[in-house]
Design a binder for this molecule. Structure first.
Ligand SMILES: C[S@@+](CC[C@H](N)C(=O)[O-])C[C@H]1O[C@@H](n2cnc3c(N)ncnc32)[C@H](O)[C@@H]1O
Length: 380
């Protein structure tokens, strides 16, 4: 297995704590990066106050999460133990060095990138890096800060997520983003329509527990069940992700209970998915999130706004959180033939899917009626 390098930032206050205890701690923003570390990866510590880079360390054991951790007032509950590889060394003016190498301390480094930093710390300046990739941009997707999510590939990293040959497979970065936004390591995630199991693979890698169902399971870790009747206790799940059929445009299987055999032009399709929504409401804990991926349909001159209809049904039961537009990339209609047909016959190919994010109501919810916003107005 390839190794990678990780630089973590600290301040003069946190530096001595981390160096003396051989531990790297972080908060929510850099938790996904910390959880990408594997035993034996290279770790460096960058003091933002003094501009000093410390290293080289090796990761020891697995990343952990402990919300009761007392260090720094509990602000940094994600951590990993490290051990110095040899004697701990330092580099001054590290910001300038990283800039010269086109590395940001937020990046994940390739093994060559990590070894190069190590060689600088060890004063072995003879290492030649011409043409070497120092940063591994494909190891983990970004955590998106806007409601437009776009990523070029179905999977990422060293291991497969789901099966990209499965019709209607979910892009793994969507599940990755959702679990880092709405769950913590150790939480229980449910996918009631798991298909090829993308949710299982992403959750396991990010150290979430996961339970997955499908009407026709494709692998041993998916349980056969109807999403309208899940073998789960009430209020037992920390997040549900569901990429349901969008109508009968994809042939999943011939099972009589497969909702993907009902056309989206029939109200029955939405009635059956509404039963799935009620089941998600039952199994979710209060205040916890359901994220539903769905696309519209245009076929034979008829447009069905499937996404808006699903939103309408969802908000009968759940509190809306947001709607994300996920750019569609590798769909089968993304061919020159279909692009020219769309112009010739004046229709649109589907360019995005809706990711509708809602939550089960809780007693802590803000009272929308009394919500007063004082907007800041700025000159343009
Ligand atoms: C879009 S696919 C899910 C893709 C999956 N997330 C993946 O990455 O491979 C929708 C799935 O819903 C399943 N399905 C349809 N009706 C169902 C039902 N009543 N209960 C459970 N699963 C159902 C289909 O078998 C299909 O695998």
């Amino acid at each position: 297995m390839k190794k990678r390098g990780f630089i973590f930032a600290c301040t003069s206050k946190s530096e001595s704590e981390m160096l003396s205890k051989n531990i790297v701690l972080t908060g929510r923003t850099y938790a996904p990066k910390l959880f990408a570390i594997k035993e034996g990866d290279y770790i460096f510590l960058y003091n933002l106050d003094t501009d000093i880079l410390w290293g080289t360390f090796l990761a020891k054991g697995e990343p952990s999460y402990d919300k009761t951790l007392e260090i720094f007032g509990g602000k940094y509950p994600y951590y990993i133990s490290v051990e110095p590889l040899n004697e701990i060394k330092k580099v001054n003016n590290a910001g300038r060095l990283l800039k010269r190498l086109s590395i940001s301390w937020k990046d994940i480094l390739t093994e060559n990138g990590a070894l190069y930093l190590k060689s600088i710390l060890d004063n072995e300046l003879f290492v030649d890096i011409k043409g070497e990739k120092l940063v591994d941009v494909d190891y983990r997707p970004p955590i998106f800060s806007t409601t437009l999510w776009d990523y070029p590939t179905q999977s990422y990293g060293d291991t497969k997520k789901g099966n990209n040959k499965y019709p209607g497979v979910t892009p793994a970065f969507i599940i990755y983003n959702l679990i880092w936004r709405y769950t913590e390591p150790g939480d229980l995630v449910c996918d009631p329509m798991a298909g090829s199991g993308t949710t299982i693979d992403v959750c396991k890698e990010e150290r979430r527990r996961v339970v997955a169902f499908d009407i026709v399971p494709t692998r041993n870790d998916i349980i056969q069940a109807d999403a309208r009747n899940l073998p789960l206790k009430d209020n037992s799940i920390d997040m549900v992700f569901i990429d349901s059929p969008y109508g009968d445009n994809i042939k999943y299987n011939d099972h009589p209970l497969n909702i993907g055999n009902i056309p989206a032009t029939k109200e029955e399709f939405f009635d059956e998915l509404e039963k799935v929504m009620k089941e998600c409401l039952r199994v979710l804990k209060e205040g916890k999130v359901l994220a539903w991926l769905i696309g519209d349909q245009w076929a034979k001159g008829v447009f069905v706004p499937v996404g808006l209809k699903i939103y309408e049904r969802l908000t009968k039961y759940f509190v809306p959180i947001d709607i994300v537009s996920v750019v569609r990339r590798n769909q089968s209609s993304n061919t020159p033939f279909w692009h020219s047909k769309a112009l010739q016959h004046n229709f649109y190919l589907r360019g995005f899917k809706y990711l509708i994010i809602v939550k089960k109501a809780s007693s802590n919810d803000k009272k929308v009626k009394n919500l007063k916003i004082s907007w800041g107005f700025y000159e343009r």
